[in-house]
Design a protein around this ligand. Structure first.
Ligand SMILES: [Zn+2]
Length: 143
């Protein structure tokens, strides 16, 4: 898999929401997160600056979900329910983008994905400089 992706198109499952994004560090920034929301959502997210994500279609379909401190905004399609992107709490200048929504990208393409420690969020732990990694998920060979 070529991880050096710059500009790429993305969409939700029903195709109602379409966007174009320029990723900050291609697919190298892929992360999972173990916070109460992400552990249910289960998505692999990659990073982009706010100005680098353009909604091309279906902005009216996007719904936002906020919880806890309400600082992060988690966007999903109100028709098919698929998470497309979220404005980060750790860095509000950034979106996390659902890698699975990107054209030709599958979360199963990643051999391993670091897990951000969203339970011990840096914003809840003053003095901590940034996200620390909680672990790495690895695929194992099928039996
Ligand atoms: Zn949709």
């Amino acid at each position: 898999m070529n991880k050096d992706i710059g500009e790429i198109n993305g969409a939700c499952h029903c195709g109602g929401v379409r966007f174009q994004v320029t990723l900050s560090d291609g697919l190298h920034s892929a992360r999972r997160c173990n916070c109460s929301y992400c552990r249910m959502r289960g998505a692999v997210a990659v990073s982009a600056e706010l100005a680098d994500l353009r909604i091309l279609q279906g902005e009216d379909l996007l719904t936002v979900y906020r919880f806890n401190t309400k600082s992060a905004q988690h966007f999903f399609c109100s028709r098919c329910g698929i998470y497309t992107h979220h404005q980060r709490r750790s860095n509000p200048d950034q979106y996390g983008v659902n890698a699975a929504c990107l054209e030709g990208v599958s979360p199963f393409d990643f051999a391993e994905v670091p897990v951000s420690d969203g339970i011990a969020h840096p914003k809840d732990n003053p003095g901590s400089s940034g996200s620390r990694l909680a672990g790495v998920l690895r695929f194992i060979p099928a039996e």
